[in-house]
Ligand binder design. Structure first.
Ligand SMILES: Cc1ncc(COP(=O)(O)O)c(C=O)c1O
Length: 338
């Protein structure tokens, strides 16, 4: 029988990378994609869940019956639910309308008590409403425990310990740029903390969504789950990255659809943002020669949203996405498994 710590650590297995040959604006590029969909519950947030719960357990053991409450766009909830079930603990996940229906169903199947909030926070999302709900739940139920993925040092720490070293190794000695999606900023802060200790010239790019406040842009409507937030990251400073870039929803969705058509692989929406940010740099004056794109999750949970034309109609984004796809193809974009 595994101890609590061994159980939590068992989640932390390295994820694979693939090599993708990309035609783009008349040139051939080689990209490395790191697939966090290979984590046990399907996203990079398995690592964050393990880190946060390990820190909580060190503070005070996660004994059977413990109730954990967290605000999540869905992926962290799935990662935590899996780990907490193994400890006979329980999760209450505060989610919002941006959580894809498939993720919502998976949370319910995993025995999570889902607390759904739908009051917009006035900053293009629901995060501030979710956090108010977490505070109310904890204030009215003194036994409930909140890991706080937005403020706990354990969030970046686990990526400094695992994701960063994996990237440095799998990217190879010629790795010269890393593209990372940001929401809490924990993944990027941890990766950066590791890469900055190495004597290597690796450009770190923070990939944010149009309308997100994480890296300091003005607020606006956002469609893609997981990336972006309604406030600045408490983990990131301008030293954490060399450049920040903002990707429009339609561009990210278009890249996801082109990638699926060319390779048969469905990526999640934030991976589409990351790939688009990389493509923009590849078309620039000093393109990276060996970039790595960190893909936070896969596309299966988004079949009924990002990959569904009826959903695009519903959110009024179909025309924009079709135009963006035409532009990408007109610029010669083609992906091939390398
Ligand atoms: C799909 C997806 N992409 C990117 C991120 C961003 O990760 P972080 O919160 O560490 O910045 C998340 C976080 O929830 C996510 O679920």
């Amino acid at each position: 029988m595994l101890s609590r710590v061994e159980h939590l650590e068992s989640t932390l297995v390295p994820t694979p990378t693939t090599s993708i040959v990309t035609q783009w604006q008349g040139r051939t590029h080689h990209l490395r994609l790191k697939h966090e969909s290979f984590n046990p519950s399907g996203s990079i947030k398995d690592r964050t869940a393990a880190g946060l719960l390990m820190a909580m357990d060190r503070r005070s053991p996660l004994l059977p019956g413990t109730v954990v409450v967290e605000s999540t766009s869905g992926n962290l909830g799935l990662g935590m639910a899996r780990l907490l079930a193994g400890l006979d603990c329980r999760l209450i996940a505060v989610i919002d309308p941006k959580t894809p229906p498939a993720t919502r169903d998976a949370l319910t199947r995993a025995g999570v008590q889902v607390c759904f909030v739908d009051e917009p926070d006035g900053y293009g999302g629901y995060l501030l409403t979710r956090l108010r709900t977490v505070h109310t739940l904890c204030a009215t139920n003194p036994g409930y425990r909140w890991p706080d993925q937005y403020g706990s040092f354990a969030n970046p720490w686990i990526h400094q310990l695992t994701t960063g070293p994996e990237i440095a190794e799998q990217g190879g000695p010629d790795l010269d740029a890393v593209y990372v999606a940001v929401s809490t900023g924990g993944t990027l802060a941890g990766i950066s903390a590791h890469l900055r200790t190495l004597d290597r010239q690796i450009r770190i790019v923070a990939v944010d969504a149009h309308g997100s406040l994480v890296t300091g842009a003005p607020p606006g409507r956002r469609l893609i789950a997981g990336i972006g937030a309604s406030r600045r990251s408490s983990f990131l400073s301008e030293h954490s990255y060399d450049a920040a870039t903002w990707v429009a929803d339609a561009d990210a969705i278009a890249v996801c659809r082109v990638f699926l058509a060319d390779t048969g692989v469905a990526l999640g929406g934030s991976s589409g943002c990351v790939l688009h940010a990389c493509l923009v740099d590849l078309a620039g004056e000093q393109p990276p020669t060996n970039p790595l794109c960190l893909c936070p999750d896969g596309g299966d949970r988004y079949r009924a949203t990002l990959y569904d034309d009826a959903w695009l109609d519903e959110v009024g984004a179909r025309e924009e996405v079709e135009l963006a796809m035409k532009r990408l193809r007109a610029d010669g974009l083609q992906f091939k498994n390398g």
